[in-house]
Design a protein around this ligand. Structure first.
Ligand code: FE2
Length: 352
């Protein structure tokens, strides 16, 4: 079901507020989960029926295509989810993925099969991971480690590729709520309340690669990635403040004007009326459009017999309506940058 690029969606112009369905607030998604989409029984049956065939193909996750895991009776449901990711609020939360039915390997494979209908599994790290377990590995986030290795709360940010998906296998007994915020709502607030900071945010920032690079590659991206941009007349947001702030450790100056712009942005992002908060349950499957929605999670505390465990996929969809600068590239060796093969080249980025 990868999106048809001709699907209509409102286009917007830099400097004008976004007025389409990608703008939303916390009140639009209350904690009662009435807006969560249960996975239909027919789709569960199709997952069950398709798994043996997918196993027999023995494909690498990045090579799984929708036709390898056919879900014809669920086409309408999948189209609705795709619409939500591309044109609606920029995210979808499904419930009832049959995580209790299979062992870990089969669960992950079935998840990859379903996710293939929304994009191709993308590499997530220099180490070559395509399927990542988000669980406590005892490593706090910093210049040497990204956020999914520890238990601390994470600032709002975007991941790589077009969308990021989480399948919840187990929750922690305390904390670990998933938080989302509409990038277009942030943009509108900044435009209305802090117009003087917009030029800095359109220009964007260098980002620290956090040790996800080859020896000899620069620690910091040589180009700036805009926070707000309008590739193909579509609004895009890319923001992860720690990766920007860490650049100072490498001698990159972040001016007072730039810090003030990010502080104002962070104040908008911190508003609880802007954030949707959800407690993922086992079997919940979340997909978030990285160019429309920023995500975060609160600190969590595992128990010896109950450890938070999610499986994460990054999904690359060249037919997405939004294919601006991919943050994924920050964490890749220079030689494997996917900006060489698709997407928009940024100023200061050279293809060799
Ligand atoms: Fe993330």
């Amino acid at each position: 079901m990868q999106s048809n690029p001709t699907t209509n969606a409102a286009t917007v112009v830099s400097g004008e507020p976004v007025t389409d369905t990608s703008v939303w607030r916390a009140a639009d998604f209350p904690d009662d989960r009435t807006w969560v989409r249960p996975i239909p029984d027919t789709l569960v049956d199709e997952i069950d029926a398709g798994l043996p065939g997918l196993k027999a193909l023995n494909r690498h996750p990045s090579e799984i295509r929708p036709e390898d895991f056919p879900l014809p009776r669920s086409a309408e449901f999948l189209a609705e989810i795709d619409h939500a990711i591309e044109i609606g609020p920029g995210f979808s939360l499904m419930s009832g993925f049959p995580v209790e039915r299979y062992d870990y390997d089969d669960t992950a494979l079935a998840y990859c099969g379903l996710a293939a209908h929304f994009g191709r599994a993308a590499i997530q790290s220099r180490a070559g991971e395509f399927v990542v377990d988000v669980s406590d590995k005892g490593v706090p986030m910093g210049t040497k480690a990204r956020g999914h290795y520890g238990t601390t709360g994470l600032p709002f940010h975007a991941d790589g590729a077009n969308s990021v998906s989480l399948l919840c296998l187990q929750t922690a007994p305390k904390g670990g709520r998933s938080l989302l915020i509409s990038g277009a709502a942030i943009y509108n607030e900044m435009l209305a309340k802090h117009p003087g900071h917009m030029d800095v945010l359109y220009r964007g920032f260098h980002h620290h690669r956090r040790d996800e690079r080859d020896p000899g590659d620069p620690a910091v991206t040589p180009w700036r990635t805009p926070v707000f941009s309008f590739y193909d007349d579509r609004f895009h947001i890319v923001y992860i403040r720690p990766s920007i702030d860490f650049c100072e450790d490498e001698g990159i100056e972040i001016t007072a004007e730039e810090k003030a712009a990010m502080d104002a942005l962070d104040q908008v992002i911190a508003r609880s009326d802007m954030q949707v908060s959800m407690h993922l349950r086992p079997g919940d499957l979340q997909i978030v459009n990285n160019f429309l929605v920023l995500h975060s999670r609160t600190e969590y505390h595992d128990a010896p017999d109950q450890k938070r465990h999610l499986i994460r996929l990054w999904l690359d969809n060249p037919n997405s309506l939004r294919n601006g600068p991919g943050k994924m590239d920050w964490y890749m060796p220079e030689h494997s940058r996917f900006l060489k093969t698709r997407g928009h080249l940024l100023e200061g980025y050279s293809v060799t």
